[in-house]
Design a protein around this ligand. Structure first.
Ligand code: AMP
Ligand code: MG
Length: 212
């Protein structure tokens, strides 16, 4: 869509961030560096934008996406937080922790993003590029890793270009990602139990230190 309006890969500067926000508001796809890996971002409130992520990645539509938010307040508009969720967010956000929580009724999220589940995976990223893009759009952004489904997660802009090419409208080049490993995913269940769904940069011991 916006791919023809400028170079596919752009170094991060105010003009590139403005273009990223414009592409995202229009429902396009932008690859953005985070502290874990490069994410493939689209606005999370629109079905067509979410559908483009699944198509670009060749990802099965039953595999839900992680939604990125700028802060706890934005997260609480999308999911129901209990004391455990707030404690984890206070301890580890912004950072490489994704929380799977009950979806808030009436949340402005396209059902495709959560694959129709009644839970949502939320992360508040620390990387300045993803934070700047979230600020510039003012929208929650669905962002799985920016690679074709089943391929290795990208830690450099060149990896994204090699994997997705023209399937993405814009790639923001922020150099190499720090962690190089996808976020730790923790599900907090209504019955009081919790589970690490995916190990990652944040060790389980630090989560159990908070949750007991
Ligand atoms: P990625 O595509 O690499 O960003 O990985 C996202 C991961 O989050 C996948 O393993 C998804 O299955 C998982 N995920 C996203 N939403 C949920 C959810 N509501 N419940 C459980 N797992 C989820
Ligand atoms: Mg992935």
């Amino acid at each position: 869509m916006a791919g023809g309006n400028g170079p596919l890969v752009q170094a991060i500067d105010p003009a590139a961030l403005a273009r990223a926000a414009e592409v995202l508001r229009a429902g396009g796809l932008v690859a953005v560096p985070t502290e874990t890996v490069y994410g493939l971002a689209a606005r999370a409130d629109r079905a067509d934008a979410g559908a483009r992520i699944y198509r670009a990645k060749g990802r099965p539509d039953f595999n839900p996406l992680i939604v990125h938010v700028p802060d706890l307040a934005a997260a609480e508009r999308l999911a129901r937080f209990d004391e455990r969720a707030r404690a984890l967010a206070a301890a580890f956000w912004p950072g490489p922790l994704t929380l799977v929580l009950p979806l808030r009724e009436g949340a402005a999220l396209a059902p495709a993003v959560t694959a129709g589940l009644d839970t949502v995976a939320l992360r508040c990223p620390a990387h300045p590029a993803m934070r700047a893009v979230l600020d510039a759009t003012g929208l929650p952004l669905a962002a799985p890793s920016a690679n074709r489904s089943g391929a290795v997660s990208p830690t450099r802009a060149a990896h994204v270009a090699a994997s997705l090419g023209e399937r993405v409208d814009l790639i923001l080049d922020g150099g190499a990602c720090e962690a190089g490993l996808e976020s730790t995913i923790v599900a907090l269940r209504a019955d009081g139990t919790w589970q690490v769904l995916r190990p990652g940069p944040l060790p389980e011991s630090r989560i159990s230190a908070i949750l007991g």
